[in-house]
Design a protein around this ligand. Structure first.
Ligand code: SF4
Ligand code: F3S
Length: 112
């Protein structure tokens, strides 16, 4: 089992989640974070921290493709352990549907 970041992180990136993770397994893309599924210890403490409700356990339905996306980009993007400002459009994008197709960027973030 693992927790994963889903599409509502895209375009928001509030980063409250990174401060509580005991194993530092969040990785930063240009406009979303991902969790490394092999490093996550399933503690669940990040889930309630996300203002966008973007973090879910992989026991929820329809998370298989998100586990793979999280794994793929966790291998490519830099680790992030320090909270930073959300993206400028975060509040506007929070809750919007279809964000993966509309906004997802495979570019890395800065990490830190
Ligand atoms: Fe980190 Fe725990 Fe969240 Fe996994 S469930 S990403 S270990 S805080
Ligand atoms: Fe994304 Fe929520 Fe963390 S919006 S950066 S998963 S706090």
């Amino acid at each position: 089992m693992t927790y994963v970041v889903k599409d509502n992180c895209i375009g928001c990136k509030y980063t409250d989640c990174v401060e509580v993770c005991p194993v530092d397994c969040f990785y930063e893309g240009e406009n979303m974070l991902v969790i490394h599924p092999d490093e996550c210890i399933d503690c669940g403490v990040c889930e309630p921290e996300c203002p966008a409700d973007a973090i879910v356990p992989d026991t929820e339905p329809d998370t298989e493709s998100w586990v793979e996306l999280n794994r793929k980009y966790a291998e490519l993007w830099p680790v992030i352990i320090t909270q930073k400002d959300p993206l400028p459009e975060a509040d506007e994008r929070d809750g919007e549907s279809g964000k993966l197709a509309k906004y997802f960027s495979d570019e890395p973030g800065e990490g830190g």
